[in-house]
Design a protein around this ligand. Structure first.
Ligand code: ASP
Ligand code: MG
Length: 425
């Protein structure tokens, strides 16, 4: 008998029929002797619908008071889900109880619409489990120190589930979703992309932050910090497939030292078009210039990602960085108005039509030549690299957006990701 957390996404909760099938699946696990905590999302489309209603009334909520109300509205999607699922479980003859985040409680900070979980009280849930109940807890929501309802950001139910699993020291957190696992890259771009049986949580963290949308990134951070084994698996398999088969399906996010790890040098290729590039050209190269450029942008709450400063010539240099594409216009305005007059740079240039393509793998730590193979592959396709960043386990390039799919396909082939890696000797 093990304590297991199941998380079901919006698609799995999309209709009463689907909710019934979730309940049947959960009942199968309970009948096999497990204790179950289930964390569902809102029914598919519901969070968008709710936020849309709110924005009809206040188009651009910015103040803490307004954001508080956005959360009050958005949190109701999951409130409905947990009640319906508990009813469906009762209809299966199980004892089930639903809780909102505030009832557990799942304590968060007060950063409305993107709150962070501070702690989870496990007492009530443990008592219910001990009494033989299935506990259904809202994803996505929590409560701040003043008792206000908060939400964890879009896709936050993943984080709720992993955090609940961490608090309860669950044996595994199963994330049932509309894909059947984590792939070497997006199969819509590379049909030969392969599902990974395992991926390390560090690789998953890079994949998630670089654009793979399978899990909310904070859920992966939680999994790593509290060492929660997380499995991503399909919610589209028939509910009555054998439990042993289901329990081994999908992709297990695991830890490097686990023997089950695949031995590939490169685990996958991530990409996104969510960023834009900005260059400040002909900057006088003197101490403090980087902070003078980046400071006002950061003060405007715009995230800066890849940063590159060139060697200087004749006392001048070029300074480039990327920002979220949605903040591009705002960042350019800040630079034009506040930074350019102050630093005496020659000119400001920007390009919103870029993309980032990254290769990710913990094997890169011990294998040289991965980056050079990446650059060679891109050059053979005639793709110009505009910026490069690396970490221990990834190499990331910024290229023209129009070459994104070509680059991803070429790299997938070059690193032979369509084939399962041969176990290292
Ligand atoms: N319902 C929320 C959303 O759509 C949270 C989630 O689904 O994870 O973002
Ligand atoms: Mg999701």
């Amino acid at each position: 008998m093990a304590l297991i957390v199941h998380k079901y996404g919006g698609t799995s909760m999309g209709s009463t029929e689907r909710i019934r099938s979730v309940a049947q699946r959960v009942a199968k696990w309970v009948r096999a002797g497990h204790q179950l905590v289930v964390v569902p999302s809102a029914m598919s489309g519901e969070t968008n619908r709710l936020l849309g209603l709110a924005k009809e009334l206040l188009p651009n909520p910015q103040t803490p008071q307004a954001l508080r109300e956005m959360d009050a509205v958005a949190a109701t999607g999951e409130q409905v889900s947990v009640g319906l699922l508990a009813l469906a479980l009762q209809a299966q003859g199980l004892q089930a109880v639903s809780y909102g985040g505030w009832q557990v409680p799942i304590a968060t900070d007060s950063a409305y619409t993107k709150a962070r979980i501070a702690s989870i009280d496990d007492q009530r849930v443990r008592a219910d489990l001990a009494a033989g109940k299935v506990v259904v807890i809202t994803g996505f929501q929590g409560i701040d120190p003043q008792g206000h309802v908060t939400t964890l950001g879009r896709g936050g139910s993943d984080t709720s589930a992993v955090a609940v699993a961490a608090a309860l020291k669950a044996a595994e957190c199963l994330i049932y979703t509309d894909v059947d696992g984590v792939y070497t890259t997006d199969p819509r771009i590379v049909p030969e992309a392969r599902r990974l049986a395992t991926i390390s949580f560090e690789e998953m963290l890079e994949m998630a932050s670089l654009g793979s949308k399978v899990l909310q990134i904070r859920s992966v951070e939680f999994a790593g910090k509290y060492r929660v084994p997380v499995r991503v698996l399909s919610s589209f398999t028939p509910w009555d497939i054998p439990l042993e088969e289901e329990a081994k399906s999908g992709t297990l996010i695991t830890f490097e030292e686990d023997e089950k790890m695949e031995q590939a040098v490169v685990a996958g290729i991530a990409f996104n078009r969510d960023e834009a590039k900005i260059s400040v050209i002909g900057v006088p190269d003197r101490p403090g210039i980087a902070s003078q450029i980046v400071g006002p942008v950061a003060d405007a709450n715009i995230d800066i990602d890849v940063i590159i400063q060139n060697v200087s010539h004749d006392g001048r240099t070029d300074f480039s960085f990327t920002v979220p594409r949605s903040d591009y216009a705002r960042a350019m305005a800040v630079l034009q108005e506040q930074v350019m007059p102050a630093i005496g740079a020659a000119r400001l240039a920007g390009d919103a039509k870029i993309c980032k393509v990254s290769i990710v793998g913990i094997g890169m730590r011990s294998h040289v030549g991965v980056a050079s193979k990446m650059f060679r592959t891109l050059s053979e396709e005639g793709i110009n690299i505009q910026m490069i960043t690396t970490s221990e386990i990834k190499t990331c390039v910024v290229i023209d957006e129009k070459y994104m799919e070509l680059a991803v396909r070429a790299l997938h082939k070059a690193f032979e990701l369509e084939q399962a890696p041969v176990a290292a000797a």
